[in-house]
Write a protein that binds this ligand. Sequence first.
Ligand SMILES: CC/C=C(/N=C/c1c(COP(=O)(O)O)cnc(C)c1O)C(=O)O
Length: 395
Amino acid sequence: GHFGQFGGRYVAETLMPLVLDLEREYRAAQADPAFHAEFDDLLANYVGRPSPLYYAESLTEALRQDAPEGKGAQVWFKRDELNHTGAHKINNCVGQILLARRMGKTRIIAETGAGQHGVATATVCARFGLPCTVYMGATDVARQQPNVFRMKLLGAEVIPVTSGRATLKDAMNEGLRDWVANVHDTFYIIGTAAGPHPYPELVRDFQSVIGKEAKAQMQDRIGRLPDLLVAAIGGGSNALGLFHPFLDDPDVKMLGVEAAGHGLDGSEHAASLLGGAPGVLHGNKTYLLQDADGQITEGHSISAGLDYPGIGPEHAWLKDSGRVDYTAVTDKQALDAFQLLCRTEGIIPALEPSHAIAAVADRAREMDRDAIILANLCGRGDKDIFTVADALGVE
Ligand SMILES: CC/C=C(/N=C/c1c(COP(=O)(O)O)cnc(C)c1O)C(=O)O
């Protein structure tokens, strides 16, 4: 594997030539200044980067209210929810659509759970005039309706998937099935840092613009590095994007936040690292929620984007190496954090980063007032307002 025992490329033989072509093309793109110039130009002038680095003063003060005397870290956000399409997903889609064009592919497919990756894929397909087919679990079609309509407005075909629990895992199964049948003309834009090598690496590389910007912005604004980075984890791409540029800074601690759903003691969660075991799924070896026979078990999370029984292999390696700490936040805790941010900062976060905000609230109270926490605000909550309304029993 490419991350210790984790990673690898466990795919059907028919996929191997394409996966090898993709690696060859990715290496060529990495060495091509024109690729980087086009990527950087689109991120600046189409996506709207750099995303702001924002000091959440009001949230910081609110958290200090019930912190012990002299405690209460400063909370900063990387505002990737302000990107075009409303989440970090677009960073990766811009990179992958450029690879698809370099490879001469004429058809794009993708999987989606929260619909953010689906919208971002449909967006770059519209921009570059390529047909787009998005696979989405029927459960997620129902709970992320605003994004389903946006995908259609952008010209994408949305195919509901009804197998299993009809969430992200099932959508990714269908995406891989389509890809195996159409390798000649189709490029699969995978939405997270998972899948057969080189996907976990190239997705992490495209998303690392988040951490690179944050490092420079922190130096400009406060002249030092943050003490703790916090990010929510579905497959793990926004977390790796923030963490990766800081991995060689030993004083920068990192916390990945998984979805504990209805609690880690039961099976109704999506904490693949904390509640799973090593296994193989979707082309890579990583930590997975699985039963004693190695069958993948269905997860649960209130947040569609974290509702995945796997995780990118780089996180499996970072956990085992001890470089990154991992925790898990329940649906309830995420909902409370969602409302806290709305009320203190006037920002409606997606349910995914709401899990990170819950963990920030937990850690900030234990840290000194001059400590700096930087959290990834990786998506906006417009897509979630009806899910939240139902959960809170309000109109
Ligand atoms: C690739 C499938 C995941 C999706 N979203 C995941 C997601 C996530 C979790 O994905 P990762 O960053 O890859 O862990 C975090 N924040 C937002 C706003 C998300 O939408 C999607 O389909 O939109």
